[in-house]
Write a protein that binds this ligand. Sequence first.
Ligand SMILES: *Cc1c(COP(=O)(O)O)cnc(C)c1O
Length: 399
Amino acid sequence: MSASNPQPAPAMQVPLLDLKLQYQPLKSEILAAIEKVCASQQFILGPATRELETNVAAYCQCRFGIGVSSGTDALLVALMALEIGAGDEVITTPYTFFATAGTIARTGARPAFCDIDPVTFNLSPAAVTAFIEGRCEMRDGKLVNRETGGVVKAIMPVHLYGQVADIGPIVQIARRYGLKVIEDAAQAIGAEDAQKRRACSFGDVGCLSFFPTKNLGAFGDAGMCVTNDPALAERIEVLRVHGGKPKYFHSYIGGNFRIDEIQAAVLNIKLRHLDAWSAARQRNARIYDDAFDKADLGKAVETPRALEGVRHIFNQYVIRARDRDLLRQHLMAAGVGTEIYYPVPLHLQECFAYLKHAKGDFPHAERAAEETLALPIFPELTEAQLRYVVDCIADFYRR
Ligand SMILES: *Cc1c(COP(=O)(O)O)cnc(C)c1O
């Protein structure tokens, strides 16, 4: 067999994410903070956790923060605190990370999916209204899904990729029908609407993830619930420790949803840099926008749209691309890391077959799953790397 044309080595490497570049300048400060926790041997719910709760709540324009074990657990404990369970339904988007609907189902409630807005990829208020007006009715002061008999209790919008959902109308609909609003802000800490109101401050409770790949990432798993409601904050705090208050006396069944003190210590240091990192992500997005503009690829690539006046924090920079899967292969060969968030919308996941959805139920979510591709956007990328990514994409379509 003769050697086939060897691929030339890529001119540049552009990983989807490289956290080492963020760690390097903070290394000594972070190690000192971890050492302090080790010296204290107080690993659970100590002073670093309290500091983080105060500062993250304030950052999100909320009064209370309750540090928890992950973003997933933040969603789960928020649902539990609102007493959502069997027989209930929660309206949400099918185009999101699995945890959004997974936690709803784990409480025993049913995810009631509504389609997304194709421009922002976020839950469409019009689709929510159509679902409520078309399929639900008020019975004894409760909103009931006529088809399933389930009681609709809440809406869980996701601020996907770092841009707040069209939250004004969603909160309005919720208030009109007596529904709670749980914001999945796992990708959106510090994102703002055009009135400078921050993610997590709109609904009853906001849920944050500090998974390492989020804009504010821990050295492992961590998350937080933030709220302006003192009673809800108290309930989440009790549920975080198995529902025991005082200790060993249980009025409700909670779980172990505690955050680690070491994670809180790391996050306290990183929080001070979050605005600078978000600004760098925005700068990178502008460089991409500009380079795509100049590349003039016609309809082959659609760049992400930040709505007028909002603060989009670009946890992801997600394009729609013609021949997405081939483009992804081409980029991989050129040394550029990408990811598909998310290849299968949740209503078509095997585990949700019992919801009896079919292809075609949520066409905007389905089309997004087929067309979107996330490009590297992390703060430390150089302009040369960003321009290289766009050059590689332009090469692909000019062939
Ligand atoms: C990351 C993420 C979660 C889950 O957070 P973890 O900390 O990984 O448990 C939930 N929802 C969305 C939209 C996410 O991106």
